[in-house]
Design a protein around this ligand. Structure first.
Ligand SMILES: Cc1cc2nc3c(=O)[nH]c(=O)nc-3n(C[C@H](O)[C@H](O)[C@H](O)COP(=O)(O)OP(=O)(O)OC[C@H]3O[C@@H](n4cnc5c(N)ncnc54)[C@H](O)[C@@H]3O)c2cc1C
Length: 446
């Protein structure tokens, strides 16, 4: 008996490495696939705007272009009002998407931690400055201090001189012994070793300080200098930009809205990347921070499983699925070892909790300083009483910060997941009120 399900409709949310692989694998396995991404381009955080694109990015993006997979760019999923249905904002208009199976590949964002001056103009994320440089920000002759934590610091610092920038120092908060552990972890992904050696060569002329972190950004209308601290000293470096982030935070909002179980900050999945919510799969950074290779391996497994796993959980899994998934499962296992090393290599040092002063802004959408959180007992309490996380980003920045600073997990994800026009809310309310109401539109053009 064939295990192809040609009529199975699969929606993949996120067109980064995980989502691209999931969409293409599901299509190859016979499903009808719609891939959506909030951004105007496919490629996710790592490949978007890369000119020229890397070989693997060029291959996947080319396959997407040549395939019948429907790609909806600029399409943000904002609600999941009923099982099998999503509400999106597409070019400012409501759009309903129906699915038999859904793959979440929503990626991660950078983690920002507050310290005095972190909201000054020209203090940016590490990935943020890279994206701006790719987009044409003129960095010629500019001094960029790169600080925070994680391997992204190194790859971005190495790329900045290509745009004409100077990098006076790279300040990594993790200790040298942790960094050695990270380097040894590369044995799990031997393909990365030549890349790492090349990176080390490019970083050679730059000054790297382990166990060092920013304590204050100086400036009036914009950044002029940053003070760094290591175990035995503090010093100030003049600069035009500070690129600063402390690792990544997974984008869990949609998974939580759909009722997927989240444990220790990540979506729980089984061997086939199935979440605990029926017909919902998840791949990439939301299941654990591990880089593009892990995202692609998980994406391929999720796409194949979404297309080929039988509806009845008790039915045997076909040999076809096993054989197609086998290389991806093996690659995924290696990537998971590497992800564990990554997690253990960049623990945030407790001293970072002492950086914000009482007057330091914690929620920059709603201008909430740390002192205003005194007396609040939880994220929810601070939201209700102090408007923490009530602004445009809906806690995407301050949520991770207060979790680290105050131990408050973010609670109660609610639709819409992003700010939307009122007509979109009205459409969602109408659909919820009338279960029998056929949706105004499913896939566009149908
Ligand atoms: C700012 C930034 C820069 C980075 N730069 C690099 C780098 O230079 N090199 C490197 O090795 N790694 C980089 N990374 C890490 C890299 O993103 C991951 O290692 C890996 O590529 C993750 O792949 P992914 O498919 O899981 O997620 P992503 O590549 O993050 O893709 C997720 C996609 O989902 C979309 N999305 C999320 N929510 C919704 C929604 N509700 N509706 C519609 N679309 C949605 C997003 O727009 C995004 O395109 C960066 C990460 C960030 C956050």
């Amino acid at each position: 008996m064939s295990d192809l399900h040609p009529s199975r409709e699969i929606v993949v949310v996120g067109a980064g490495p995980a989502g691209l692989q999931a969409a293409l694998a599901a299509h190859d396995a016979g499903a009808r696939v719609t891939l959506v991404d909030a951004s105007p381009e496919a490629g996710g955080q790592i490949w978007r705007g890369g000119h020229p694109p890397s070989r693997i990015a060029a291959r996947l993006l080319g396959r997407l272009r040549d395939s019948p997979v429907q790609f909806l760019r600029g399409c943000t999923i904002v609600d999941a009002p009923k099982p099998g249905q999503l509400l999106a904002m597409h070019d400012g208009n409501p759009l309903w998407l129906s699915y038999h199976r859904l793959v979440l590949a929503t990626g991660a964002r950078e983690r920002f931690l507050p310290f005095p001056g972190w909201t000054l103009p020209n203090v940016l994320g590490v990935g943020g400055i890279q994206a701006l440089a790719k987009g044409g920000l003129d960095l010629a002759g500019k001094r960029v201090v790169v600080a925070g934590s994680g391997p992204l610091l190194l790859s971005v610092a190495a790329s900045l001189p290509l745009y004409g920038a100077q990098v006076p120092v790279i300040a990594e908060q993790a200790s040298l012994s942790h960094l050695v552990r990270f380097a040894l972890g590369l044995r799990y992904l031997p393909g990365k070793i030549p890349e790492a050696l090349q990176l080390a060569w490019r970083l050679q002329p730059l000054r790297f300080q382990a166990a060092t972190y920013p304590v204050r950004a100086h400036g009036d209308m914009r950044l002029t200098a940053v003070t760094l601290r290591s175990a035995d000293r503090e010093w100030t470096v003049d600069c035009d930009y500070l690129a600063c982030a402390f690792g990544f935070v997974p984008n869990l909002e949609l998974a939580e809205l759909l009722g997927c179980t989240v444990r220790e900050g990540f979506v729980v999945v089984d061997n086939w990347q199935q979440t605990t919510a029926p017909d919902v799969y998840c791949a990439g950074e939301p299941t654990g921070i591990g880089g593009a290779e892990k995202a692609m391996a998980e994406g391929a497994v999720a796409g194949l499983a979404a297309a080929l796993l039988p509806e009845d959980a008790n039915s045997p899994v076909s040999r076809n699925l096993h054989s197609q998934a086998a290389p991806h499962l093996a690659r995924r296992a290696r990537c998971h070892h590497f992800a564990q090393v990554l997690e253990r290599s960049f623990p945030l040092r407790p001293e970072l909790r002492d950086l914000p002063l009482p007057e330091t802004t914690v929620c920059r959408c709603e201008d909430v300083p740390l002192i205003h959180l005194e007396g609040c007992s939880s994220w929810r309490d601070a939201k209700l009483q102090r408007r923490l996380g009530m602004g445009h980003c809906q806690g995407r920045v301050c949520g991770a910060a207060t979790e680290f600073l105050l131990g408050w997990p973010m609670q109660s994800v609610r639709p819409p997941l992003s700010p939307v026009p009122v007509r979109l809310l009205a459409a969602a309310a109408l659909a919820k009120a009338d279960d029998s109401n056929p949706h105004p539109q499913t896939r566009p053009g149908q």
